[in-house]
Ligand binder design. Structure first.
Ligand code: AMP
Ligand code: FES
Ligand code: ZN
Length: 344
């Protein structure tokens, strides 16, 4: 196949609705231009805004950080280390990749370490009665992302959610008819409560996982290929498989699903004043961040686990170790598959 732009040998393909096959140099030029267009289209931020990019160590967030720097934005990085994996290897590798890219870009990387800050690791939350560990992890990540953005005076928090992530989340929300989340899923969430909840944006929302992977590989961006060991069986993963199936049968399905939602999402949204009131009622007594309760979700988790540990309640320790070992083994298998000959 020939490159649509220069006629050279095409090596990378964009998703079907974009009708693009490109050679390596044209692809790595096209990708930032596409992101710049998305930023403009959704009015995500202005040239002088200070950005904080939440980088997990995966391809998407590292790619978007690299692109924003190429586009000339003032963009620092933030990594949240949750001590994941056997010997915390998954988190160490993730942080290392973030540090490598930070050094290459000559940009500051801020690191929040749950263990250093609260003497906790995410594995401590494996045995929560009514909550999957990923949900606790999400609460911590969202909390630290916003708190560090406020601390650092960032105007905007950028995440690496791509179109596959957004479609899978949307599908899950629709299947549960979760009106609260359906009212809040957008490429731009404006700042609220006098800037204490920072503006959040997703510049990759119209790019697929495959498109970002191709860019990361062509630019030699180092990233963690394995999935988080705790993510095995996560509903977003089965949602992604289901959507891949539909996309293969009918190319363009994901984009139509996502854009259709964006066009109609106002029907799920309560009036702005109601949103503002819901978030602004209280400040967390522990961390001072806006909260719907006296203690925010993240601080409640910290309190609960710190107390439990102090009382020596390591209930279910053996079961927890068994589950963690199974999750690590599954992740090793996934990593082997990811790096096998069929990997992109
Ligand atoms: P996920 O929820 O793991 O699919 O990640 C979605 C986005 O959240 C990523 O693209 C990153 O921007 C951000 N993110 C996830 N994990 C971390 C982390 N450990 N530290 C900083 N940002 C993260
Ligand atoms: Fe948080 Fe897996 S990334 S539990
Ligand atoms: Zn708090």
């Amino acid at each position: 196949m020939k490159c649509k732009i220069c006629g050279g040998k095409a090596v990378a393909e964009a998703s079907p609705e974009k009708c693009l096959a490109l050679c390596a140099p044209c692809y790595v030029d096209w990708f930032p231009r596409f992101i710049a267009e998305t930023i403009r289209k959704f009015r995500m931020f202005a040239a002088q805004d200070r950005l904080l990019v939440a980088v997990s160590g995966g391809k998407d967030s590292l790619a978007v950080w690299e692109v924003l720097c190429r586009l000339g934005y003032a963009a620092e990085g933030l990594h949240v280390n949750l001590s994941i994996g056997a010997e915390h290897g998954y988190s160490s590798a993730s942080q290392r990749h973030c540090e490598e890219l930070a050094a290459r870009l000559g940009k500051a990387l801020h690191v929040v370490d749950l263990k250093q800050r609260h003497q906790l690791e995410i594995g401590d939350f494996l045995d929560m009665k009514d909550r999957p560990v990923c949900s606790c992890c999400g609460t911590f990540k969202r909390h630290f992302m916003n708190a560090v953005a406020v601390e650092r005076g960032a105007d905007v928090l950028v995440t690496g959610h791509n179109m596959d992530d957004e479609c899978a989340t949307l599908l899950g929300n629709v299947l549960r008819w979760d009106l609260h989340y359906l009212s809040r899923q957008a490429p731009v969430l404006p700042a609220r409560t006098a800037g204490q909840l920072v503006r959040k944006v997703k510049p990759l929302c119209h790019l697929t996982e495959r498109e970002t992977t191709q860019y990361a590989i062509l630019r030699g961006i180092p990233y963690v290929r394995a999935e988080c060991p705790f993510s095995t069986g996560a509903t977003t993963i089965s949602g992604k498989h289901a959507l891949d199936l539909l996309e293969n049968r009918s190319p363009g399905t994901k984009r139509r699903f996502y854009d259709g939602y964006l066009k109609n999402s106002a029907v799920f949204r309560p009036p702005e004043a109601e949103l503002e009131q819901a978030a602004a009622e209280l400040s967390c007594v522990d961390c001072g961040m806006p909260s719907a309760h006296e203690v925010c979700g993240s601080c409640r988790l910290v309190r609960f686990m710190t107390e439990r540990k102090a009382q020596g309640q390591t209930t279910g320790g053996r079961r927890r170790r068994r589950r963690a070992a199974a999750a690590v083994a599954a992740a090793a298998m996934q990593a082997a598959l990811d790096t096998g000959p069929g990997a992109p």
